[in-house]
Design a protein around this ligand. Sequence first.
Ligand code: SF4
Length: 218
Amino acid sequence: MTFKVRSSRLSDLHHQMRSCRKCLEAGHEITPKAIFSGQTTGSVMIIGQAPGTTEVEAGRPFNAGSGTRLFEWLGRAGFDETLFRSNQYMTSITKCFPGKAKNGSGDRVPTLEERELCSPYLDDELQLVEPKLVIPVGRLAINKFYPAKDPLSKIIGTIREVDGFAVVPLPHPSGASRWHQSQTNRDLIDKAIKLISQYRKQMVRDPIGLEAEDTAGA
Ligand code: SF4
């Protein structure tokens, strides 16, 4: 598929995601406004769990609190936040704000049914963006690529190849998470940042290959 065809299909997909009401129709109390950013130029794809209130207000993924820590990690890997937000792709397992958890412990975790309803969109995003590096952030996103039974301590700091792209997971950067507060786990995050940095350097040497694709014909 050429770059132009992928771009056009991705625009159609974005339109579908923005007007999607599948979770509401299935009885889930979401705020129907799909949050994501980026185009087919993205060679890195960040996948989070679901947007929160500040993401809905700002209309962009990983805004404010958890975004600050995420971009501190990505900054250590050599990525500038403004450039990253303009050039790379950011999305989530479910695209709409799921509301607050009834027990008051932050945002509600999307149910299995919501995840299943939304998952074709993520599969299409992966197919159309064709990222070279995918960074799932947090357990729910990581579960798409790693066995759910494996603890984060076994997963963070590793890299694996999936369907032609590399996957380097990061824990959820939320200030409420205690996972990244222990030194052992911070060392694992440092390892993941090093892997992301190596990828970035490789990407600088060999950018996204648009010319090669365009000359391949429609
Ligand atoms: S979370 Fe996904 S499937 Fe559910 S309404 Fe939003 S876009 Fe549609």
